[in-house]
Design a binder for this molecule. Structure first.
Ligand code: HEC
Length: 136
């Protein structure tokens, strides 16, 4: 009887431990990133600093707009932001005069952000998620 009880308690404990572990893993899941790209998420801060940090700060407008909460400014259209990063000039050129990319371009003194067409979508998304959350 006692052994039976002990076994049940052990099984319960193990299931609970597994549950907690899986919750922990979920926290690291980033939207738009597949399970085959977990390493990229860890590299996000460094990639952001190396490639974007010269112009963009997270919480302060500098030579370029701050990127915290940038998704909201693009109505959460991640695909659009990705195409902008890959080719800003094209997205601005193809936007209507009163559309957000055109306004953004004017607001930033018609500065040309360089095109990052060589980056993969996953690389862009992990950097953007990192920046969007203010570096958290
Ligand atoms: C040489 C400076 C420079 C670099 C490097 C740069 N950007 Fe930009 N970025 C800009 C400027 C300037 C703008 C404002 C729009 C414009 O004028 O093209 C901008 C705009 C943006 C926007 C839109 C911001 C908003 O408020 O809607 C995003 C998103 C963005 N950049 C992401 C990135 C990412 C990600 C990287 C790195 C891969 C990067 N940028 C690298 C200069 C830069």
């Amino acid at each position: 009887m006692f052994l039976d009880q002990l076994l049940k308690t052990t099984i319960l404990f193990i299931s609970f431990a597994l549950f907690i572990t899986s919750c922990g893993q979920q926290q690291h899941t980033t939207p738009g990133v597949t399970s085959s790209t977990p390493v990229l998420v860890d590299h996000a801060p460094q990639m952001f600093t190396d490639r974007c940090g010269n112009c963009h700060h997270l919480n302060e407008n500098t030579a370029a707009p701050m990127l915290t909460e940038v998704y909201a400014r693009w109505q959460n259209d991640t695909a659009k932001v990705i195409s902008f990063i890959k080719n800003p000039e094209k997205v601005i050129r193809e936007s209507a005069k009163d559309a957000y990319p055109t306004k953004l371009f004017k607001k930033w003194y018609q500065a040309n952000m360089p095109a990052f067409g060589w980056l993969s979508d996953s690389e862009i998304v992990v950097m953007l998620n990192y920046a969007n959350m203010g570096g958290k």
